[in-house]
Design a protein around this ligand. Structure first.
Ligand SMILES: [Zn+2]
Length: 157
């Protein structure tokens, strides 16, 4: 299990599972195997949902990431959001390296909620190739989330 990944404006910062060195996985290389700069251990793709700090990082991520990005719009005061969180943890672990799961707290990133017209929480959206290809509202179990995302990617091809 890797340490919790952190996102900045260039990529995702993860700790090497072998030596602890912090490495940045560039957004544009999230479909590649990247090795630790210090000890050359291959770094695993993020296995947990990653919190978006602000719209600047979100925009770069969406623009540059070569794999589908699943966005969970949530808020801490919303009960169904809290129910969906552990389900997305499962999806992130199972689809590590193939999909990236990110969380947008609409209290913190109110501008993103407004820009994308998010009217209910939780809302799940799928981005691929720099654009939104599908969205759905409401909490659902991990298997349903996976089906929804896989169908969206299939339909967008
Ligand atoms: Zn290392």
């Amino acid at each position: 299990m890797t340490a919790r990944a952190k996102l900045d404006d260039k990529g995702i910062v993860v700790a090497c599972p072998s030596c602890g060195q912090k490495n940045r996985l560039l957004f544009g290389r999230l479909n590649d195997t990247v090795r630790c700069a210090t000890c050359k251990t291959p770094l695993t793709a993020p296995e947990t949902p990653i919190e978006i700090p602000s719209s600047a990082e979100f925009d770069r991520l969406i623009e540059q990431t070569p794999i589908p990005v699943v966005v969970d719009y949530w808020a801490p005061w919303c009960g169904p959001s809290r129910m969906v969180a552990p389900e997305l943890e499962k999806v992130a672990a199972r689809r590590a390296g193939r999909w990236l799961i990110v969380k947008v707290n609409t209290d913190v990133c109110a501008d993103l909620g407004e820009r994308y017209g998010i009217r209910s929480i939780p809302t799940l959206a799928v981005f691929s190739g720099g654009r939104e290809i599908a969205r759905t509202a409401g909490a659902r179990p991990a298997a349903d989330v996976e089906r929804f995302v896989a169908d969206a990617i299939q339909a967008a091809r």
